[in-house]
Design a protein around this ligand. Structure first.
Ligand SMILES: Nc1ncnc2c1ncn2[C@@H]1O[C@H](COP(=O)(O)OP(=O)(O)OP(=O)(O)O)[C@@H](O)[C@H]1O
Length: 350
């Protein structure tokens, strides 16, 4: 009689068939919206405010095997942009391109991508392994045996030791977030979009989630885009490129070191206690506090500065913010009040 043997181990994710890779490009994406205000009295008509430019002229490319982090102060437009990228909202202007071809069909895009919302939505009574098995069967009811899929996912997300733990008992916030990410991987998406995957987590758990995302990105050459608030230096090491937004416009797109170069080129030395992103965010937060978003009706054309990737600054006495410069000269960041979507501009004050 044959001894009862344990089932063969699942193949590691690297042995899965190669995944088609995708480059996702945003070309001059804009999004504006007016708000309808309900009247205080029922018989009065609703009021519609003039449209607000929430996103303006957003361009970048996200590549396979790379993590692109969308960063910016609160209200910068990160979630709105992610929603557009996830084909949840149509942009008012501009185009999305998939491997350089215009993306016309949102439903086919959803088949090759996955969106992980900020809040974990899991069935609390199930264990981690039951959660994966239940969702795999929902996705494909014809599957007779899902144990291989579940075991692969548990291994990929470094959750094997928690396979039999219930989601509401004994899982940390970071582990729950990894379960949510695991659910989005069930259909093996080539593009992964995540809204603030580290929000509400302590620094260790946040780093753990980001390291898991790094290995998911590398293992299957996935294209990963995520929004994130103030990433630490260790988290930044897991990210390839940054799209820094402020008030719906791109301040910088590139690597962390190119951001540092951009700041240095404009005369700003990053203080030793901050990384260049933290420093840029501090400046943007100062600006954000000073200038509210105004209606887009009187938006003048953006001036183009031929020597820099960002437009030239107009210095206005009241609106300027003094910042430390490399040459100990006074520099000012300023915003023209007539701009509905001010862009960060650096220029030397006399
Ligand atoms: N449906 C809407 N109608 C009108 N304004 C909106 C709408 N959705 C978002 N906004 C505005 O657009 C701006 C960008 O919002 P969004 O949520 O994308 O920013 P965010 O960078 O994700 O902010 P946070 O970091 O606080 O989540 C905000 O000023 C917000 O008030």
């Amino acid at each position: 009689m044959e001894a009862e043997s344990s089932p063969p181990p699942p193949p590691p994710p690297s042995q899965s068939p190669p995944l088609k890779t995708y480059k996702l490009t945003a070309s001059s994406i804009g999004y504006s919206k007016s708000t309808t205000i309900s009247p205080a009295l029922l018989f009065k008509p609703c009021k519609t405010t003039p449209p607000i430019n929430i996103l303006k002229d957003i361009s970048f490319t996200a590549y396979p095997s790379q993590i692109l982090a969308i960063v910016g102060p609160s209200g910068a437009g990160k979630s709105t942009l992610l929603d557009i990228l996830a084909a949840g909202t149509s942009p008012t202007s501009g185009t999305l391109l998939l491997n350089s071809l215009p993306l016309h069909n949102p439903s086919s895009f959803r088949k090759i991508s996955a969106y992980v919302p900020q809040h974990d939505c899991c069935l609390p009574q199930l264990t981690v392994s039951e959660t994966f098995a239940f969702s795999a069967r929902l996705l494909n009811p014809k599957l007779a045996d899902v144990s291989c899929i579940v075991d692969c996912l548990l291994a990929e997300l470094r959750l094997t030791h928690l396979a039999h733990t219930r989601l509401t008992h004994g899982l940390s916030g970071g582990e729950r977030r990894r379960v949510s990410i695991g659910l989005s991987l069930l259909h093996d998406p080539a593009i992964l979009l995540l809204d603030e995957p580290t929000s509400g987590l302590d620094s260790n758990s946040a780093l753990n989630v980001m390291q898991t995302l790094r290995s998911i990105t590398d293992s299957r050459q996935r294209t990963v885009l995520l929004s994130i608030h103030q990433p630490s230096f260790k988290i930044l090491a897991t990210i390839d490129k940054i799209l820094l937004l402020s008030k719906g416009t791109v301040v910088h797109y590139g690597t962390l070191s190119s951001l540092e170069g951009f700041l240095l080129d404009n005369g700003f030395t990053v203080p030793p206690q901050l990384n260049s992103l933290e420093y840029a965010m501090e400046m943007l937060n100062q600006i954000t506090k000073k200038t509210p978003i105004t209606p887009c009706l009187e938006l003048p054309p953006s001036p183009i500065n031929p020597t820099s990737s960002v437009p030239e600054t107009k210095i206005t006495g009241e609106d300027s913010v003094k910042l430390e410069s490399r040459n100990d000269l006074d520099f000012s960041l300023s915003l023209s009040p007539s701009f509905s979507l001010p862009q960060l501009k650096l220029s030397q004050s006399s």
